[in-house]
Design a protein around this ligand. Structure first.
Ligand code: NAG
Ligand code: NAG
Ligand code: NAG
Length: 200
């Protein structure tokens, strides 16, 4: 009788490992809940891309002499926020016009706030004052001017911030590129609108 060993106790988890399991389940449940909340918010807000277009462009006081350019370009930029629940704050927007890879004119627009589902037209006047151009670019520009149509690339860069309900999201740098913007000279009629690309 002395050598009959007691049967081994049934394997029960120690209280410590039980606690670990409960904590793991709680953390998992929290992750799933947060994920669901993000998904539901996303579906409710349905963010849509901002849309930009050049609706008009003109040039005046154009003078090209000794590979130097003077001109005043005016662009009408259409900014569309199609979002029903997101408004946008724009910081100062840098607008530039480039010809054949050379930036010829530049300006900064005042900051503005764009409400939900809003279209705002931004008038940008960019002045080129005695801008030195490489000889080949200048020759090319003179030829294009004579043909009555100058093809520019218009770019806009701004720090923006989205607001959803009461929440302000973090800043983004918005980069917009519009090409080709065909500036008609000397007639400004029949401007072909140019849709712009977004580059985040
Ligand atoms: C485009 O701008 C030019 C010059 O400012 C103006 O004469 C013309 O009426 C404008 N065209 C449109 C469609 O707004
Ligand atoms: C541009 O305008 C300035 C005066 O504002 C003048 O000195 C310069 O010669 C002009 N350049 C051209 C290319 O017309
Ligand atoms: C867009 O927002 C601007 C600035 O708040 C306002 O002046 C303009 O009337 C709005 N346009 C439309 C179509 O709601």
């Amino acid at each position: 009788m002395a050598n009959s060993a007691p049967p081994p106790p049934p394997a029960t988890p120690s209280p410590a490992s039980k606690l670990v399991r409960i904590i793991a389940v709680v953390i998992l449940a929290l992750i799933v809940l947060v994920g669901l909340a993000v998904l539901i918010t996303w579906l409710a807000v349905k963010p849509k891309q901002l849309v930009f277009r050049i609706d008009n462009a003109s040039a005046r006081d154009f003078s090209l002499k000794n590979d130097h350019l003077n001109a005043t370009f005016a662009f009408l930029i259409k900014a569309h926020n199609p979002n029903g629940r997101i408004s946008v704050y724009y910081g100062p927007a840098e607008v530039s016009a480039a010809y054949d890879g050379q930036t010829v004119a530049f300006n900064t627009l005042a900051p503005f706030r764009q409400p939900r589902r809003n279209v705002t037209w931004l008038a940008a006047t960019l002045v080129a004052r005695d801008v030195a151009l490489p000889r080949d670019v200048s020759t090319d520009l003179a030829v294009q001017k004579k043909s009555g149509n100058i093809g520019l690339v218009v770019r806009m860069k701004a720090r923006i911030r989205f607001k959803v309900g009461i929440f302000r999201l973090k800043h983004h740098t918005l980069r917009v590129s519009c090409s080709p913007v065909k500036v008609r000279m000397p007639l400004f009629k029949n401007f072909e609108t140019t849709t712009c690309d977004l580059d985040w």
